[in-house]
Design a protein around this ligand. Structure first.
Ligand SMILES: Cc1cc2nc3c(=O)[nH]c(=O)nc-3n(C[C@H](O)[C@H](O)[C@H](O)COP(=O)(O)O)c2cc1C
Length: 152
């Protein structure tokens, strides 16, 4: 059983940290299989960042943090493999002041350099993303568009 599962199941809370490319060398050590009592912050050379609404710490140096209270866990076996769906309620969301623009709510991705990954059958390819300068209000997704099917 993964440590992350045990921690969330017992503490009923968790933090999702959004790392930039500077933390690329830390992500592999945090996902290695080590005994439960091994401190993975130390293993990956990471510093704890106190959270605002939950006891679980975040990771220093990320550009955003989402603090969750556990809502529910759903276990299922599919094609012979075990799967676990974890649902949480966001109780605190924070973006680094250098990244967040309070005037229009945009994030400075040039500064954040979000750590991203594409996969192939050969392995993991690490990369980052750019702002493409396109904006729409949420309401744009809710507009009713008149359609006609088969002339009806
Ligand atoms: C780049 C990257 C991508 C990962 N993607 C997945 C994934 O899609 N599904 C998964 O179950 N684990 C994935 N892992 C492994 C999890 O990160 C790992 O379970 C997690 O770090 C917790 O490890 P621990 O609970 O043993 O400490 C990924 C790890 C890395 C470094």
């Amino acid at each position: 059983m993964r440590d992350t599962y045990v921690n969330i199941d017992t503490k009923k809370e968790f933090v999702i940290n959004m790392p930039g490319v500077d933390l690329v060398d830390a992500v592999i050590p945090t996902s290695s299989h080590v005994p439960f009592d091994v401190n993975e912050f130390e293993l990956a050379n990471l510093k704890e960042r106190p959270s605002k609404k939950v006891k679980a710490p975040g990771i220093e140096g990320c550009y955003a943090w989402m603090e969750f209270q556990l809502h529910s866990m759903h276990e299922e076996t599919y094609d012979g493999f075990p799967y676990l769906l974890i649902l949480g309620k966001v109780v605190h969301l924070e973006v680094d002041d250098d990244i967040y623009n309070p005037e229009d709510g945009s994030w400075d991705l040039e500064k954040a350099k979000p750590l991203m990954m594409t996969e192939s059958n050969q392995g993991m390819h690490f990369c980052t993303g750019n702002d493409i300068g396109k904006f729409e209000p949420y309401g744009a997704c809710l507009k009713m568009v008149k359609t006609s099917y088969h002339g009806v």
